[in-house]
Design a binder for this molecule. Sequence first.
Ligand code: AMP
Length: 281
Amino acid sequence: MEVVSRIVTLQKALAAVRGKGRIGLVPTMGAFHAGHCALMRQARRECDFVVVSLFINPTQFGPQEDYAAYPRHLASDRKQAQATGVDLLWTPTVAAMYPPDNQTHVDVGPIARQWEGESRPGHFEGVATIVAKLFCIVRPNRAYFGRKDYQQTCVIRQMTRDLHLGVALRILPTVREADGLALSSRNERLSPAERQAAPTLYQALMMARQAAQCGERRAKALCAHVRRHIQSSPLFHIDYIALCHPDTLDALGRLERTAVLLVAARIGAVRLIDNQILSAS
Ligand code: AMP
């Protein structure tokens, strides 16, 4: 596996393989866990040349957020990427991605303004901007994202379509701990007590799913199941719970066909998000 930082070096390596097979890109912020590795493995299966970008993107963090405290584990990330069969690990610098004269930002629109977008102003502008840059620099055939960040996948899909970026998106299921907690680089910042309480979020989603399976269709009632269960743990502060259209993310009054239940909550200093697809059938 090659590890490169400079954009020109990356593009030289890509020039040697472009046109000869499929190029796959897995965008990450590092501190790899089994969720990242699942994306890399899928890319390995489907592509001839696999690039993993590792870049902690400052523009997607708000001023009060955890950019400085975000976990950084380059040595172990390298080992894991290599073990997963990645061809090239790309670790650009902030100065290369955002030179001092950078002016352009990508503002996707309404789909990026609700839920996470409302709680974290500017977050999706940062995400869309960096993903657009990564796509333009790598020009992959396919890019791999996790369903754990559900709204992020919707925002990137919208942007990719609107800007005709020509990248096929592959969205893979959320990888979880045995107790249901969605893997996240931020989980390592949970105290033992917080870690113990953290699966409450997933359990709450499972309760709503069970209610839906038993015939509950009212969004308010489904969200109330989630709220009640999360509130059973005093460590959580709920940010939002919403039943949404799976593509537009508009809030729904009732579950008809398919919907996504989104939840965001803070536990201690860590903000967790999770989601569950619900089906009326
Ligand atoms: P991050 O490094 O957190 O920006 O995540 C990089 C990619 O991995 C994103 O597409 C995430 O959605 C995905 N990802 C993060 N956690 C998980 C997980 N538990 N299961 C599946 N994919 C994940």
